[in-house]
Design a binder for this molecule. Structure first.
Ligand code: ADP
Length: 479
């Protein structure tokens, strides 16, 4: 079984969010379980030089983009038994960013999707399955049908498309997409690519892929409803027979408190109580918070958007800060209004609130190790990785019961002594506040129970083994 994994980001080369993590770890596990998996992504300028130095130039071709002909090089890098291909073009991927504005990105990723298919002949790799991810690789299944239907090497390939976030769809003017993708008018009808007078990469993928997955069973159900469906719920209901949710795992080598070199003190499930305290005070010192290992640290490592529930946080942050025992650390970047309000709280409650407005992987690891809880009050959450990473580090997630958060965090039940975190149901700031206070109460007044929840959370298995097995079963049923 040969699989080509198509992605717009992949750790450790380039990552802006969960897709980068998934692309970095799932293919390795597929290979470990005997599936020949290769990954293809753009060769962005922002990929660190150390990886660029390891890449080998293979060949180049030219790809027609409207009236232009664009250079398309391919580089190869082998790492951890996975072969990575990087699509090279200075014009599209030479700038200092991963994603730009939609007008630019439509053409960049149309080029990438065309390149993915054209390059199969160059690298002479013929997958049984092309596994594409999110709108940036959404046109692959459309172009496979439109341009390669009569080529025997191509038309036996099956396509799987994974939705990591339905909100971002790659919607743009029909004429532009028709031009850069070289698609006939007949593709731009409401049953195909047309989306409210424009056209959508995501819709193309959902229409033309042989099978669709998303990253948790609950999100797979939610997106069939109007509230979560982002105007594609009708199509998703129509395709319900070819749609399922497979929950993400995390990379157990990268996220391992026993061996993590980025955290202040490594620890395991036996010595975590004392060692987490050392991590806590070291973090407090680094961030200028009041140094006290009995403070209750709530962290968020997050894109600062409404999706992540930042409006709920803003609404009750003042109430949370009312409690002198609570410290809050937010690491994230995103919408200006959220960045500004966090800076304001950092200023007002200096020593108790720390706003770290940046992307910082090392600090993220330190936060997972040093915090008591991580807060994820998402409006919607396809899977969410923070809660999985947090549990591995004995940091308890407080989540809203949606998408993957609902599937992966079992709420604490004080009567049966079960559960691995805390949760609330409605998108309501005071419901969230109530649960934060409840968790805080358990932490201070029932420490033995608290430590029991941490132990259960750390013992949970959210490695990729099981999920990769589910993907392989799916590939086999399609091939
Ligand atoms: P999404 O993909 O919607 O942003 P996920 O929870 O699936 O959310 O994945 C987010 C990933 O990005 C996690 O690994 C998280 O630790 C990381 N991350 C998010 N923001 C930051 C940041 N500012 N600094 C470092 N890591 C971050």
């Amino acid at each position: 079984m040969n699989v080509l994994f198509v992605t717009s980001e992949c750790a450790p080369f380039v990552k802006t969010g969960g897709l980068g993590d998934v692309a970095g770890s799932l293919p390795q596990e597929l290979v470990a379980q005997g599936v020949e998996t290769r990954v293809i992504l753009p060769k962005y300028a922002v990929i660190p030089q150390q990886y660029k130095d390891q890449m080998q130039y293979i060949d180049h071709i030219y790809i027609k983009m409207g009236w232009r002909s664009q250079y398309c090089g391919v580089f190869e890098l082998k790492m951890n038994n996975v072969t990575y291909y990087f699509v090279d073009n200075e014009f599209y991927f030479g700038a200092n960013y991963v994603y730009g504005d939609i007008a630019t990105d439509i053409e960049r990723f149309a080029f990438f999707d065309k390149a993915v298919l054209a390059l199969l002949q160059v690298v002479d790799f013929w997958p049984d399955i092309i596994h594409a991810n999110d709108w940036q690789s959404g046109m692959v299944s459309v172009l496979l049908r439109a341009h390669y239907a009569y080529d025997g090497r191509y038309n036996r390939i099956k396509t799987l498309f994974t939705i990591h976030n339905l909100k971002f769809q790659g919607i743009y003017d029909k004429a532009v997409i028709a031009d850069v993708c070289e698609l006939e008018k007949s593709y731009f009808t409401p049953d195909k690519l047309e989306f409210y007078k424009d056209a959508s990469f995501m819709k193309g993928a959902l229409t033309y892929s042989d099978y669709i997955t998303t990253v948790s069973p609950t999100y797979a159900e939610e997106i069939k409803t109007e509230f979560y469906g982002e105007k594609l719920d009708g199509l998703l209901r129509a395709r319900a027979g070819s749609l399922k949710g497979i929950v993400n795992g995390i990379d157990y080598n990268t996220y391992n408190p026993r061996t993590d070199e980025m955290i202040y003190e490594t620890y395991n499930s036996r010595d975590f109580i004392s060692k987490k305290k050392l991590n806590k005070t070291a973090l407090q010192r680094e961030l200028g918070l009041v140094e006290d290992d009995e403070k209750f640290i709530i962290s968020m490592i997050v894109r600062l958007t409404s999706q992540k529930g930042m409006d709920l946080v803003n609404c009750v942050l003042e109430d949370i800060c009312f409690d002198q025992n609570i410290q809050i650390v937010v690491l994230g970047t995103g919408e200006k209004k959220y960045e500004d309000s966090l800076r304001y709280f950092d200023w007002k409650y200096h020593g108790r609130v720390s706003a770290q407005i940046r992307f910082d992987n090392t600090l993220a690891h330190k936060l997972y190790a040093a915090s008591d809880v991580t807060l994820m009050p998402s409006l919607f959450e396809p899977c969410g990785l923070n809660q999985l990473i947090a549990m591995r580090y004995g940091t308890l997630p407080i989540v809203r019961e949606t998408g993957g958060l609902k599937d992966t965090v079992e709420p604490y039940n004080e009567f049966e002594s079960t559960g691995t975190g805390f949760s609330f149901k409605n998108y309501n700031a005071h419901e969230m506040l109530g649960v934060i206070r409840y968790a805080h109460d358990i932490y201070y007044n029932r420490r033995k129970d608290w430590n029991g929840i941490c132990r259960r959370a750390m013992a949970k298995d959210y490695s990729w083994q099981q999920s990769a097995r589910e993907y392989i079963e799916l590939y086999q049923s399609l091939a």
